[in-house]
Ligand binder design. Structure first.
Ligand SMILES: Nc1ncnc2c1ncn2[C@@H]1O[C@H](COP(=O)(O)OP(=O)(O)OP(=O)(O)O)[C@@H](O)[C@H]1O
Ligand SMILES: [Mg+2]
Length: 271
């Protein structure tokens, strides 16, 4: 574990049990469609919570509201004790929330290492003069930055060449790079939008291990995922959405047996 990884762990594990994220009565609509309609849930420090539901249930829209990409019509979001409702994504990231996207979003013209380094620029503590004049401080922080980025790539199990352009990587490796970049921001909370999509069986098993190792750093995780095997195995709690509404919130055992949840999924299969 690198120094930065230890720093994340130290910062995030010393206050066990408290609520990191509190979403209350969240709603957003598009035209006549209520994508999210009165969603409330909370996430505790070091907890793994999954958000599941049929296609179009509003899972990604909820993530987009929480991370500042959408402006909700209603509701409040409190993150780490502070109101972040309708704040910009950059503000929310700087407060310690990171996310990945349903369709991987990386800088395609940059190498793997450069992509991960973009995650840590808010923590660099150097100024424009240092950069222009290539001062020792600048060179030191750049070297440290590359070392930390490589540390996160190791942590997520990235095995290819970090000097490659991200577009030259297989999909599974791109997903790892995106998680590494999110971790490089040293988040307290990580939102993962379908990290298992497009992965094969062994990659999914590795993903499960990775999610647990991220949590073991003390980072709270909210996971959107369609693979029920993965969800049931890794989640401490599951929130179920259907047509923008929350239909269940409970342990994997309770949710699996909930007739309302079963009906929502059977309804999807009949379509
Ligand atoms: N920017 C947008 N403009 C218009 N409609 C949107 C927008 N974002 C989401 N929606 C609509 O909101 C509803 C919920 O979509 P959302 O992507 O949140 O669902 P989801 O649960 O993530 O589905 P999936 O499992 O397929 O990813 C859908 O009807 C979708 O078409
Ligand atoms: Mg989605």
């Amino acid at each position: 574990m690198s120094e930065t990884q230890q720093a994340v762990r130290k910062r995030t594990t010393h206050q066990g049990g408290e609520v990191v994220l509190e979403v209350s009565d969240l709603a957003v609509s598009f035209g006549g469609i209520k994508a999210v309609d009165g969603l409330s849930f909370s996430v505790h420090r070091g907890e793994i919570v999954s958000v599941i539901g049929p296609n179009g249930a509003g899972k990604t829209s909820a993530f987009n509201c929480i991370s500042g990409f959408y402006r909700p019509n209603r509701g409040t979001i409190v993150f780490d004790g502070q109101q972040i409702t309708r704040r910009k994504p950059s503000y929310i990231t700087a407060r310690g929330m990171a996310r990945t996207f349903q369709n991987v979003r990386l800088f395609s013209e940059m190498t793997v290492l450069e992509n991960v380094k973009t995650g840590m620029h808010s923590h660099l503590g150097q100024n424009v003069f240092d950069a222009m004049l290539h001062t020792p401080r600048y060179r030191r922080s750049e070297a440290q930055c590359a070392e930390d980025a490589r540390g996160w790539l190791d942590f997520v199990g990235f095995r290819a060449d970090d000097e490659l352009l991200v577009t030259q990587l297989p999909y599974g490796e791109q997903r790892r790079v995106e998680i590494a970049r999110a971790l490089a921001t040293q988040p307290k909370l990580l939102l993962l939008d379908e990290p298992g999509a497009g992965l094969n069986h062994s990659e999914k098993n590795e993903l499960m291990g990775l999610i647990r190792r991220i949590r073991d750093l003390g980072v709270s995780i909210v996971l959107i995922e369609h693979d029920m095997g993965l969800v049931m195995e890794v989640s401490e709690r599951i929130v179920v959405l259907n047509y923008g509404k929350e239909i269940a919130d409970g342990t994997p055992e309770a949710v699996k047996q909930d007739p309302v949840v079963i009906a929502a999924y059977l309804g999807e299969e009949e379509e």
